[in-house]
Unconditional design. Structure first.
Length: 253
């Protein structure tokens, strides 16, 4: 997979959550999200319980609330969509603060906000406690198709390379007095995007030829094998198992 590649979502630490094998954490987060999505939207207390569970994980991982809340801003587009549902949905209307809102739309907005926020928070905690290289090893351990793992590894490695190329092109434009203020400058930006695509494509071809010359036959060698003990699996699955109990109570109560 290559050398370790840190990302902005990762927070260095030595907590018990950091020490868990990546494939165990991936499994736990996936199961937790499935349980949350399966919870009836009317069980308001269940979502509060899920939030407490995630807060407990964040405390164990030593992830401070500001770090988590700042990265939850990525769901703002979904929040905007959810806020529109009470106005555009059909069905029985209720009046809130002088506004006529759809009752089914209100429940739908709550459903999207609650489940989406919990899912994003769980993903942020996963990213904050697991390096990208470890995530790739975890996906490999979970038998994800090797081609997809390779594509993900190359995206991680060369995403920064392309971003650096974009920065150099921007500096070159600005050094020649270019400033994007309106539609008239879109042509220059479009040409820059085309040049970036060509450079990236050519770089990809050179990288592929270099790999083939070094014996690449379509699969990457497995450098590390990650394993998990029973204790680590039990620790990781404590979150989705507890969430499952909450979900079952939400359906029965």
């Amino acid at each position: 997979m290559g050398a370790g590649h840190a990302h902005r979502l990762y927070r260095h630490g030595r907590s018990p959550v950091h020490a868990l094998p990546p494939h165990a954490k991936l499994t736990a987060v996936l199961c937790f999200v499935v349980v949350v999505v399966s919870t009836p939207r009317e069980a308001l207390w269940a979502f509060a319980a899920y939030a407490v569970l995630l807060a407990t994980v964040a405390y164990a991982a030593r992830v401070p609330p500001p770090f988590l809340l700042k990265r939850l801003l990525i769901e703002i587009p979904f929040v905007g969509f959810a806020l529109l549902l009470p106005f555009v949905a059909q069905g029985e209307r209720v009046h809130v603060l002088g506004l006529s809102l759809s009752e089914s739309g209100l429940w739908g907005a709550w459903n999207v906000l609650a489940k989406g926020t919990l899912g994003v928070a769980a993903s942020v905690l996963l990213a904050a406690t697991t390096e990208l290289r470890e995530l790739l090893l975890g996906l490999q351990r979970l038998r994800l198709p090797p081609l997809l793992v390779q594509i993900a590894s190359f995206m991680i490695r060369y995403g920064d390379v392309i971003a650096d190329e974009m920065r150099r092109m921007r500096v070159a434009r600005e050094s020649r007095g270019f400033e994007a203020h309106g539609v008239r400058q879109w042509g220059v930006l479009a040409k820059s995007a085309g040049a970036l695509f060509i450079r990236s494509y050519e770089r990809g071809e050179r990288v592929h030829l270099a790999m083939v010359s070094r014996g690449y036959t379509g699969s990457m060698p497995v450098i590390d094998q990650v394993t998990a003990s029973r204790a680590q699996w039990s620790y990781a699955l404590a979150l989705p198992v507890t969430a499952l109990v909450v979900c079952l109570l939400g359906w029965t109560l």
